[in-house]
Design a binder for this molecule. Structure first.
Ligand code: PNW
Length: 486
């Protein structure tokens, strides 16, 4: 027997005539004489599961001097020779600023239910604070309207690393003023977009942009001592908390606020009770500076003990702001952090991967689909989270556009299928993941790796700006149409 849900899906895919008893029995007989079950074999996601894709302003927009946009730290950084592979910059990127209508059509053709974009702070406040630039906000008004007209729900990230250079000149994330400035900007944008945008994320991947002040691999390219880095990290989580409050103060009722963090996904090395318990402990501690402090409103004892004299300086009011409850949690999950039980006081240890561990084109992108099961499952359990989104997941690959106009990115498809299988495992057990945003809609400026590494499911020829769906786009379209995996 087909259940109600699968009947509906079946009818959508094959037309309701196919549901007539004769059609079904003919189908079963033709497929296999022994087969008596006519239930589709697909693994479905719950009805209404939000299938999406994601991009970020500096990685796709281009038009960096247009309509009054101020410079960001990534404009400055990418123009310093040697900072980005091949000295690539985001000056043009995908020219999405001019081609957003075409790009929304790509989304529509995929059947996307939702799209996650980010607002470029220096478009809206060219100096970071002060007088807003109406033309900057206008672009996002047009984009949101275009998405809604295509039946695609917009999810808006307020900070995806393009800090106004004017603020960096005054200390950037080393200064508490930047946290306050972020809140003012976030409240302003939410006040203007929340009549149409229902979901806002404050900051994208704090741990990644804080790296711009420690490893120097990202903008602004600083290498501070530990005390300085810890203070930058504190200002990032504080900006998040103050941002949540400012968005709530300015947005329309019913607006939901969260974040998009690349939480380390603890994965038990073997699925036995002792290793699962160790992974649960690890999930809190290895995310102590970000997700844990946001969800709990305090730094863990182990975090402060480890920082010692270099611990961040903070007030009780800071901690209260940081712990402001969120409506949902976005998790960017690409790689696993394997954990085993051990006898140390912490009760867990990381299992380091050998050189031979499989990775995608980006060397850091270790393939571990289990991360998409254990990451959200442990987070939901530890912090009692009711609404989770996978705000990013995807893969870089050695994409080649063949003369017949195809990109056979079978490795990306295998990556996606395996990760989605693990996501399905969690969702079917009741892990509250409500949606999934594939990174990325199209190839784009991959930060310090420039255009050398491609993450898109659409191939972009950066000389002509032509977009071509890769095989992975066809795969994803099918997943969305079936709301499940074959
Ligand atoms: C994320 N790591 O960055 C960002 O949010 C995107 O802007 C980016 O394009 C995408 O993932 C792909 O890199 C990450 O080293 C950068 O583990 C580095 C790591 C993870 C995510």
């Amino acid at each position: 027997m087909l259940n109600r849900f699968s009947r509906r899906t079946f009818a959508r895919l094959f037309g309701s005539a196919a549901l007539a008893p004769t059609a079904l029995s003919t189908f079963a007989t033709a497929a296999s004489p022994e087969a008596t079950s006519t239930a589709p074999t697909e693994r479905h996601f719950p009805p209404g599961f939000l299938w999406g894709s994601a991009t970020a302003s500096y990685q796709v927009e281009g038009a960096v001097t247009e309509d009054g946009r101020g410079p960001s730290i990534w404009d400055t950084f990418s123009h310093i020779p040697g900072k980005v592979k091949n000295n690539d910059t985001g000056d043009i990127a995908d020219d999405h600023y001019h081609r957003y209508k075409e790009d929304v059509q790509l989304m529509k053709a995929l059947g996307l239910k939702t799209y996650r974009f980010s607002v470029a702070w220096p478009r809206v406040f060219p100096q970071g604070i002060g007088t807003p630039n109406p033309k900057g906000l206008d672009f996002y008004n047009r984009l949101v309207d275009e998405l809604l007209a295509a039946g695609i729900q917009p999810y808006c990230t307020l900070y995806h690393w393009d800090l106004p250079q004017a603020l960096e000149d005054k200390g950037g994330w080393q200064s508490r003023d930047t946290s306050e400035a972020f809140a003012a900007y976030a409240g302003y944008v939410a006040g203007h977009l929340s009549d149409r945008v229902k979901y806002f994320m404050t900051l994208n991947e704090m741990s990644s942009f804080v790296g711009g002040y420690s490893s120097g691999r990202h903008a602004p390219g600083l290498k501070l001592a530990p005390a300085g880095v810890n203070q930058v990290r504190h200002h990032a989580v504080l900006a998040h908390g103050l941002g949540v409050q400012a968005i709530r103060a300015h947005a329309k009722p019913g607006t939901k606020v969260g974040l998009a963090e690349n939480a380390n996904a603890a994965v038990p090395i073997i699925e036995t009770p002792e290793h699962i318990a160790a992974a649960t402990k690890a999930m809190r501690e290895i995310n102590a500076g970000y997700l844990t402090v946001i969800m709990e409103g305090r730094y863990t004892d182990a975090y402060l003990a480890h920082a010692g004299a270099d611990a961040p300086k903070f007030t009780d009011a800071d901690m209260k702001a940081i712990g402001t409850p969120v409506d949902f949690v976005g998790m960017n999950i690409y790689t696993p952090s394997f954990i085993r039980a051990d006898d140390s006081p912490a009760g867990f240890a990381r299992v380091l991967s050998p050189e031979s561990y499989p990775h995608m084109m980006s060397p850091w992108l270790h393939v571990g689909p289990e991360a998409l099961y254990w990451g959200p499952k442990l987070a939901a359990q530890i912090w009692n989270i009711k609404e989770i989104y996978i705000t990013e997941n995807g893969a870089s690959s050695t994409d080649v556009l063949t003369p017949n106009g195809n990109v056979y990115d079978s490795d990306r498809i295998m990556y996606l299928r395996n990760y989605l299988t693990q996501l399905h495992r969690g969702v079917s057990e009741g892990v509250p993941v409500r949606g999934y945003f594939l990174w990325s809609l199209m190839d784009n400026f991959e930060w310090a790796d420039g255009y050398a590494y491609r993450f898109g499911i659409h191939y972009v020829d950066f000389a002509t700006q032509k977009r071509t769906p890769k095989m992975s786009a066809h795969f994803y379209r099918e997943v969305i149409a079936r709301n499940g995996l074959a």
